[in-house]
Design a protein around this ligand. Structure first.
Ligand SMILES: Nc1ncnc2c1ncn2[C@@H]1O[C@H](COP(=O)(O)OP(=O)(O)O)[C@@H](O)[C@H]1O
Ligand SMILES: [Mg+2]
Length: 249
């Protein structure tokens, strides 16, 4: 059975899409059949980030019943499967969200289905969360984002939703940042990984490939691989290029 994992945050711009792409890519390279679905309907960036042409069949077309979900599933050169969203404004207008739950439940087959979410704790996001098995919350290490993360954790408790843990992204170790220890104490939740701020993320977007694919040996890639192994219930050790041999069981 597929495990659905939503990547969420109350605050925008913290790195959900980046995390969705790189966690999915790492899962895929560790041998898990993985599908990434872009559910950020008004700001769908996954397709553009991975070099899919704007006219590719997408989730919006499926929700608007223009074609079936299988037609909107594409394969990245890395092997990762993706259902992109539409980048067209016209497709956002009158989008039929009600089918989302049914549509996601039709996606059987992959081991993991990672869902990139819009920011916030809106009704739309709640619908997605109710349709998945578990969530990963992304935050940056500042008080505002971490406070929003605490609120998000309370919501997950209310919804009785499994939380894999928190990814702390764009860590710079500046004095004004919260330390990982502080964040862990404040949230009373597992920190899945800490991703340094790294300008090379823009380079990987330029190359239209996941960061872990373009820069497999940088610290951020090692952290993403550690997170993916954790999700798979494995332990990750090593700094070799991305491949199955890196997992220890
Ligand atoms: N660790 C990082 N270091 C530097 N830039 C990052 C990092 N993670 C994400 N970014 C950049 O931050 C911006 C917002 O990230 P994105 O994943 O789109 O956030 P969200 O989906 O939460 O809105 C993007 O330009 C992305 O390339
Ligand atoms: Mg995003």
């Amino acid at each position: 059975m597929s495990e659905f994992i939503a990547i969420i945050s109350a605050k925008g711009g913290v790195g959900k899409t980046t995390a969705s792409i790189n966690v999915s890519m790492s899962l895929s390279h560790f041998g898990a059949n993985t599908l990434l679905v872009d559910c950020d309907f008004t700001s769908a960036n996954v397709g553009t980030s991975l070099g899919f042409p704007p006219n590719f069949k997408n989730l919006h077309g499926v929700l608007n019943k223009n074609y079936c979900v299988g037609e909107a599933m594409h394969q990245h050169s890395s092997g990762l499967k993706i259902i992109p969203g539409s980048i067209s404004y016209d497709d956002i207008k009158n989008l039929e969200f009600e089918n989302l739950h049914t549509l996601l439940s039709e996606l059987t087959g992959p081991d993991y289905i990672v869902v990139d979410c819009p920011p916030g704790l809106t009704d739309e996001v709640t619908k997605i969360i109710l349709a998945v098995d578990a969530v990963i919350i992304v935050t940056t290490p500042d008080l505002i984002a971490v406070t929003d993360t605490l609120k998000t954790l309370h919501m997950m408790k209310d919804l009785k939703k499994k939380v894999y843990g928190v990814i702390v992204n764009k860590k710079t170790d500046q004095q004004y940042e919260m330390t990982l220890e502080n964040i862990k104490q404040f949230l009373e939740t597992k920190i899945l990984g800490a991703i340094p701020e790294d300008k090379h993320f823009l380079t990987s977007t330029y190359y239209k490939n996941p960061f872990v694919f373009v820069f497999p040996d940088r610290e951020s890639s090692l952290e993403y691989k550690k997170i993916a192994a954790d999700v798979m219930g494995k332990k990750y050790k090593g700094s070799a290029p991305l491949n199955n041999q890196e997992l220890i069981f």
